[in-house]
Structures are given as C-alpha cells and as structure tokens.
Design a protein around this ligand. Structure first.
Ligand SMILES: *Cc1c(COP(=O)(O)O)cnc(C)c1O
Length: 419
C-alpha cells in the first residue's frame, strides 16, 4: 500500500533510510515516495479504464509543483480551488483542458485567469457566481465551460468539518433548485453548460454515500437532457478515504466498479477529483525529539514539528500513526507528542502508546502526504519545512526549507517608523 517499510527495524522510504535523508536535509521535513504516488495514481486511473474519464488530482491536498508535475505527466488533470492553484498547475505543465475549478468564492480576477488559460470547466457553486462567470466571459469574448456543483444532501458519515454534501453546508447549489438554475444558465449566452458536479466530503470510508449522490445526479441529468441541455461530463468529486488507523475504506477498484455499474448508459465522461487517496499515505512528516518530560504523572514528548507544520490533529483531532525511525528505541510509553508552538492544541498525538522516545530520536508521523505541508503556515515565525521526494535509491529536495529572511519577505516598515 505504501513504500515506507522497515529494514532490520529501521524505517526506510523505498531504498533509502529515513535517517540518512533527515541528517542531510534536517528536521522537520516531509518525505514522499515517488513509487507510492505513481502506484496510487495509476491504480485509481486504471480502475476506470473501461469508461471515458479524467482524473483531476485535487491540488489542495498537496500542491507541490513537482508532485503536480508527476500527475500531469501521467495524463492527470487538476481540480483547483484558487488562482494560485491554477498558477501552480500551469507551472507544473498540466493540460488546461483537463482542469476543473471548484470553490465557493472565485474572484473576478481568478475567473479571468481561468478563462485566459482555457480550463475545461468551472464547478459553479451559486447563482451569482454563474452570472459573474457569464459576464467575465462576455467581456473577454469567450465561452465559459460550466457545471453546477450540486449539493445532493447525502450524509458522507465523516468528520463534520470535512463533510460538504449536506443541506446545511456552504458548498454547492441545492439539488432541488439546481434544475431551475440550469434552465436559467441556458439563457446566459457566454456559458457552455458541460456537466454536473458534486463533492460530498472527505475521508469517506463507505460506498453508499457516493452511490446515493450518484443516483440523485443521474436523476437530475435525465431531467436536464429532457430539456435539451447536453450534459457531457459527470464530475463526482473526490473524498475517498484512506487508512490512518483502523478505517477500512473501499479500495479504488471497488469504488470504481460500483460507480461504473451505477453510471452505465449515462454516456458521460466521468471526472474524479481524488486528493487524499492518492497522496495521503505516500508521505510522512519526520520530526526530532527535543525533550521528554513528565507533568503531574503525564508523559510528554516534545518534538521539533508543530501544528504549523501539520495541523490536522489540532484541527480535526485526526489520527496519524507514530513510528520510530531508528531500530534502537526500546520499550513503550503512553504520552502526548507535542510541538513547540505556544498553544495547548499543538499536538501530533494524544495519550498514545508510542515507542519510549528519548531526546534526539527521530519520529515518523505517518500518512501525512495529504493536507500536511499544504496546510502549513509560518505561525510562531517558524520557517516552513523542506519537502523531499524519494525515487528508488535517490532523493530530491522538491522544496527548500525556508530561511528566516523568507519569513519577513514582503513586509515593510513605513518611513514614519524608521527614524
Ligand atoms: C477537497 C476537495 C477534493 C479532494 O478531496 P479528498 O478528500 O482529498 O479526495 C475534491 N474536490 C473538491 C471540490 C474539494 O473541495
């Protein structure tokens, strides 16, 4: 499932000991396996080999240009949610004709950038956005490809913060009103209505929510076609979950088979926007133990990575496996692994049975390839960490560790404060 494995008790990525990379690149750092990234992408892509489809990698899960490049070279498209992500995708050599643009808050300049670039379509999330895109396209003398992002009101049975397909979420257009919105969109002459899209949430570990959403969309597509609206693309979003701990999500092949079965005779090109399932288990965060201590009988392992480097535990209380990099850590303790940030919420693991780490040991925080570096920040004025891509026996820095100067880049002290 991934290429982080043990050799005589020591953790390696592909054919390189993690210890070696950490001593060359320093800590904290993100390490990704090229082979795992490629396997995950190909497995997902090939699961749909029998039907016309585009795999639009969700750039927000991991937006490093080297990683986007890897998927673009495999023929992948991109799902973007901002002008910045479009810029990254283009820099990485993605085919604009395979880019879909999602998100509730697209600015006019971002819409213009996407139209200039010639993306496949906008996944439109509100009636006002539909009109804004029509206006931009008219001004630019272009036709904008659009799909309405429909909110199918299904419960993805995932963490509330990452569920997006319920009525009460901010995402998409209510499925009941979407039909009449499509009819109105047809009157907007600068739009080319290409498809229907949805995205029900993230870390979904059951098949039923996906199929329920698909059934509702099929019904809508039938009604639209009856009105003469030529729906050619069905974008089912991303959201397929991974195993962080004991979750048992359907493997991509089961997911694909169920969807292909349920979408037979629909005659649409299927679009998927997977993020986590491709990159999540293809990356780890490596951090070093700075101190160990005991407060009121509770054990703490203080490491050099904090919530600014990996915010998922603090934000979603999410679980990441903890492993020792070295074979020499003996025994086990129950402890919190905490970072250096001045916030009580700054932890990577809580009340966890972990190896009895000591000062100087290297700790691997597993399954950190998705929403890891991409969500990192400079909080507490900490330089963002390095990212390294391992391929076979070689490894490559795909993002340099930031320096102190990077942290204040762009800041200015006004003249009146200078004297
Ligand atoms: C976040 C997001 C995705 C990717 O979700 P994963 O759970 O990482 O697969 C896909 N599409 C949209 C619109 C998103 O917002």
């Amino acid at each position: 499932m991934h290429d982080f494995h043990h050799v005589k008790g020591e953790l390696w990525c592909e054919d390189v000991p993690i210890r070696e990379i950490a001593s060359a690149a320093g800590t904290p750092l993100y390490i990704y396996s090229h082979r795992t990234l490629l396997n995950h992408f190909r497995t997902f892509d090939q699961s749909f080999a029998q039907v016309p489809h585009i795999i639009c990698f969700a750039a927000k899960a991991n937006s490093n240009t080297a990683i986007l490049r890897l998927f673009a070279k495999e023929g992948g498209g991109m799902d973007i949610v901002s002008g910045g992500e479009l810029y990254r995708a283009l820099q990485a050599g993605a085919d604009p004709g395979r880019i879909v643009y999602s998100g509730v808050g697209k600015r006019t300049d971002e819409i213009e950038f996407a139209l200039t670039s010639g993306i496949l379509m906008f996944n439109v999330e509100s009636p006002q956005e539909l009109r804004a895109i029509d206006e931009c396209a008219g001004r630019m003398g272009k036709k904008a490809g659009v799909a309405l992002r429909v909110n199918p009101d299904v419960d993805p049975q995932t963490h509330p913060h990452i569920s997006t397909g319920l009525k009460e979420n901010k995402f998409g257009i209510n499925i009941e009103t979407s039909f009449s919105e499509y009819l109105r969109a047809r009157e907007l002459v600068n739009l080319d209505i290409k498809g229907v899209s949805c995205h029900i949430g993230s870390q979904v570990t059951k098949m039923t929510p996906f199929i329920d959403a698909l059934e509702r969309l099929k019904d809508l597509i039938g009604r639209l076609r009856a009105e003469g609206i030529n729906i050619r693309y069905l974008d089912l979003g991303g959201g397929l979950g991974i195993t962080y701990n004991r979750e048992t999500p359907p493997p991509p092949s089961d997911y694909a088979n169920a969807i292909m079965e349920a979408s037979r005779e629909l005659n649409c090109t299927l679009i998927f926007e997977p993020g986590r399932v491709i990159v999540g288990n293809a990356g780890i965060l490596v951090t070093k133990v700075l101190y160990t201590k005991t407060n009121e009988g509770k054990n703490f392992v203080v490491v050099d990575a904090g919530m600014n480097d990996l915010i998922r535990p603090s934000l979603y209380n999410s679980f990441h496996g903890i492993q020792s990099v070295s074979a020499n850590v003996k025994g086990e303790i129950v402890a919190d692994i905490v970072g250096p940030i001045c916030e009580s919420g700054d932890y990577l693991a809580k009340e966890r049975k972990i190896p009895a780490f000591e000062r100087g040991d290297l700790v691997a925080v597993m399954s950190a390839g998705a929403y890891g570096f991409a969500m990192s920040s400079n909080y507490n004025s900490r330089p963002r960490v390095a990212e390294v891509l391992v391929k076979g026996a070689g490894y490559y820095t795909i993002r340099k560790r930031e320096e102190y100067a990077d942290i204040i880049r762009g800041e200015e002290i006004p003249d009146f404060l200078k004297s």
